[in-house]
Design a protein around this ligand. Structure first.
Ligand code: OFO
Length: 176
């Protein structure tokens, strides 16, 4: 059984995962409208992943006898100045999410809830990967600067990255 304190911390995180999914969806849609189709594919995929993170938390709360709350999400920004601004925001956002996950882990230790603590370790590792990925993409963009050819290949590479990740996920889940 979850303590009220942990239940409310996870419900806050459910909202944050949903907001992350919406933010990346807004970014994907912006990129698609700018004809950055590879970047759009990458961000659509990130948005799907955040939704999966949200659902995993919803199920966990319900399975442990709590009540998961499905939040209203405020509309994210719809205009972005450049690709670099998009990925600066992604990185900043992921760093913020990591800090929030760490706070939850801390609450679990205070409450001696080792089951939730164990469950949250998946999120801790996921955040390490996501921060590293965002940092890596941003570094590439900084190197490219305003070079049009560079941006063309960057867009293509992100599209390939999204397709490869989707294919390997499909294989892992047995094609489901
Ligand atoms: Fe939910 O993984 Fe990042 O934010």
């Amino acid at each position: 059984m979850l303590s009220k304190k942990i239940e409310s911390a996870i419900n806050k995180q459910i909202e944050l995962e949903a907001a992350s999914s919406q933010l990346y969806l807004a970014m994907a849609s912006w990129a698609e409208n700018q004809s950055f189709n590879g970047v759009a594919a990458f961000l659509y995929r990130q948005s799907d992943e955040e939704r999966m993170h949200q659902i995993k938390l919803v199920k966990f709360v319900n399975e442990r006898g709590g009540k998961a709350l499905i939040p209203a999400i405020k509309q994210p920004e719809k205009e972005f100045k450049s690709l670099q601004v998009v990925f600066e925001q992604v990185l900043k956002h992921e760093i913020f999410v990591s800090a929030e996950i760490n706070k939850m882990v801390d609450i679990c230790l205070q409450e001696k809830d080792y089951t939730t603590h164990n469950f949250l370790q998946w999120y801790v590792s996921e955040q390490i990967e996501e921060e590293a990925l965002a940092r890596n993409v941003l570094d590439k963009l900084k190197l490219i600067g305003t070079d049009k050819g560079g941006i063309y290949f960057f867009d293509r590479d992100l599209g390939t990255m999204a397709a490869t990740a989707t294919n390997s996920n499909t294989k892992e889940s047995g094609g489901k």
